[in-house]
Design a protein around this ligand. Structure first.
Ligand SMILES: O=C(O)C(=O)C[C@]1(C(=O)O)C=C[C@@H](O)C=C1
Length: 284
């Protein structure tokens, strides 16, 4: 594929659409396990403190997983971003990726980690209700599956991260399509105007509708005879809170993708001379 093909907006949007499936399925997997709030609290595992690690159980999982993946050069790829820092160098020689994105240091993973652990995990994991309808206390929301749950958290986080950072490709594609529309607002540091230029309400509306349908479909289960079963019962509730998935996109994933798009644009002219900027502005 040439650099131009890689920047086709249709191709980029097809990647975003495919990632919807990855995100929904990984959330369904995570939702099998309890909230396990301790996993997200720093210092809650004495075993880790004894090892000299002061972060949370999930942060330890991220650090260990990313240490390994960094050695296999995962984070040299322009669509992969780590959640942790001070990772080892790859053991393999570098691959040469086509230079598509303008060099930048944008990494939205701290925001992703924060909304995922605070808003998403508590929302999608099962809440034990007592016979009197009172929600169970924190202890009853811990099933002890800390390894399985954290493994799935890492998968969800990596897929959301890939999706959100794909905003950089969307931005580059929109910028190169008509640089002269963007350049004055980049030079004037006008975030609102850049946000208005990249926002496509019709695309967002269709995405949320599609997501609702996908989540409803994937949440279904089938019995041995192929009969529709939900939560082990005919007509029970689904494997995932569908509104929770839609809300995740509407309140977090789309707004953060747009933030990445605008951040990227704000730095799109860094280091260019006036002549180079004028040439870009005249190009289309
Ligand atoms: O598809 C685009 O044009 C995007 O910029 C991506 C995206 C999204 O996050 O899905 C973000 C902003 C637009 O309003 C529409 C959709």
């Amino acid at each position: 594929m040439t650099g131009e093909d890689l920047l086709s907006l249709d191709r980029i949007r097809s990647v975003l659409t495919r990632l919807e499936d990855t995100i929904i399925f990984s959330l369904i997997e995570r939702a099998q396990f309890a909230h396990n709030a301790r996993m997200y609290q720093r210092g809650a595992f004495k075993e880790l403190t004894d090892l000299g690690f002061n972060g949370s159980w999930l942060e330890w999982f991220l650090k260990e997983t990313e240490t390994f993946h960094a050695k296999a050069r995962r984070y040299t790829s322009p669509d992969e971003y780590p959640f942790t820092s001070d990772l080892p160098d790859p053991v393999l020689p570098p691959l040469s990726f086509p230079q598509i994105l303008y060099p930048n240091k944008i990494n939205a993973n701290p925001s992703i980690l924060s909304f995922y652990t605070r808003a998403i995990v508590p929302r999608i994991t099962p809440t034990k209700k007592h016979a009197d309808g009172i929600v169970g206390d924190e202890e009853s929301e811990d099933d002890g599956n800390h390894g399985s749950a954290a493994t799935l958290d890492v998968e969800v986080l990596q897929s959301i991260s890939k999706r959100v950072h794909y905003g950089k490709f969307v931005s580059e594609s929109k910028f190169l399509d008509k640089p002269s529309d963007f350049i004055p607002h980049i030079l004037n540091r006008n975030r609102e105007a850049l946000d208005a230029l990249i926002t496509k309400p019709e695309i967002e509306r269709k995405l949320l509708l599609r997501l609702q349908k996908k989540a409803t479909t994937y949440a279904q289960d089938f019995g041995a005879e192929g009969e529709l079963m939900v939560n082990g019962k005919v007509n029970g509730s689904g494997k995932i809170d569908v509104d929770g998935v839609v809300d995740l996109y509407e309140s977090y994933i789309i707004p953060l993708t747009k933030e990445v798009e605008v951040d990227y644009l704000q730095h799109r002219l860094d280091g260019l001379s006036k002549d180079e900027i004028d040439k870009l502005a005249r190009s289309k």
